[in-house]
Design a protein around this ligand. Structure first.
Ligand SMILES: [Zn+2]
Length: 286
């Protein structure tokens, strides 16, 4: 499922490979893709436009066009945005095809069918993103931000970190990895975290996302970059989908899988005690 690092990878690929290209024609084999405007208007406004830039906001991919429109894609669970060639032309699960000059094409496909698209002007884009929290790799996510924002909340820390209004772009994979690095159990109440835990968590969120970008994303099954390649970060995961494996923290225990707030959650119960470090005689982690 594309989270910040995966969408960032696609955004950078598109910036390198597609910016400057003109959309000669647009085909929409899966009209349900389009949330706004109407499918007919969506196609009409794409055709003839030149790609002038790409951006990412949270898990949204934004393709800026010289018309002033922005194509906004939410790849959700299984969206793939592939450049043909070099990728061989896909024939299944197609949602949108943008025919580019030079005989190339951008093929949007999704076996799960959940990917959604919008074509928005500048005001529409601002409105769409108005409720999103800060980018975790940007200046607004300053030291102390998480403690200031969440320190008084009684909700579970994992659910709060997944809330896009708190911090943008973080999803299930990188939250579990960050909580493990910070040695915080996912069901801990935010208002019970210590100063040291907030500091570790803030760093861990940034470090895990940066590592995900460096490894060009995490591929379990469907995620691909623009050239159809898998990411590598799945080879570096510490707890996520590692249930049963020895804890990489060296505690001698094993990673377990639990359900937290309806989401599959991976953790080490020894390194991330449910009742916090106080109950365990305060772990020395620094
Ligand atoms: Zn452990």
């Amino acid at each position: 499922m594309p989270e910040l690092p995966e969408v960032e990878t696609i955004k950078e690929d598109l910036r390198e490979l597609v910016v400057g290209s003109r959309v000669g024609g647009a085909e929409l084999p899966y009209p349900t893709l389009v949330e706004q405007p109407s499918p007919e208007e969506f196609v009409r406004r794409l055709e003839g436009a030149r790609v002038v830039g790409t951006r990412r906001r949270a898990k949204h991919l934004v393709v800026d066009l010289d018309s002033g429109d922005a194509l906004v894609l939410q790849l959700k669970i299984g969206g793939q945005f592939l450049l043909v060639p070099p990728v061989e032309e896909p024939t299944t699960a197609l949602m949108l095809v943008l025919r580019l000059d030079g005989g190339r094409g951008l093929f949007l496909r999704d076996e799960t069918g959940f990917t959604r698209a919008r074509l928005l002007d500048a005001d529409g884009l601002e409105e769409r993103f108005a409720d999103l929290g800060p980018e975790p790799l940007g200046g607004e996510f300053h030291d102390g931000y998480l403690r200031e924002e969440l320190g008084g909340r009684r909700a579970r820390i994992k659910g709060l970190l997944l809330d896009q209004k708190v911090v943008a772009g973080v999803g299930n994979i990188y939250v579990d990895e960050a909580l493990f690095d910070a040695r915080i159990h996912p069901t801990r109440k935010a208002n019970a975290l210590t100063e040291g835990e907030w500091t570790r968590l803030q760093s861990a969120v940034k470090e895990n996302l940066a590592a995900g970008i460096e490894h060009r994303g995490t591929t379990f099954s469907l995620y691909r970059d623009v050239l159809g390649r898998k990411g590598h970060h799945q080879d570096h995961l510490k707890v996520f989908v590692q249930a049963g494996k020895p804890c990489p923290g060296g505690c001698g225990g094993r990673v377990v899988k639990e359900k937290v707030g309806g989401r599959a959650t991976f953790l080490c119960p020894a390194c991330q005690p449910e009742n916090g470090p106080e109950e365990e005689g305060r772990l020395e982690l620094e």
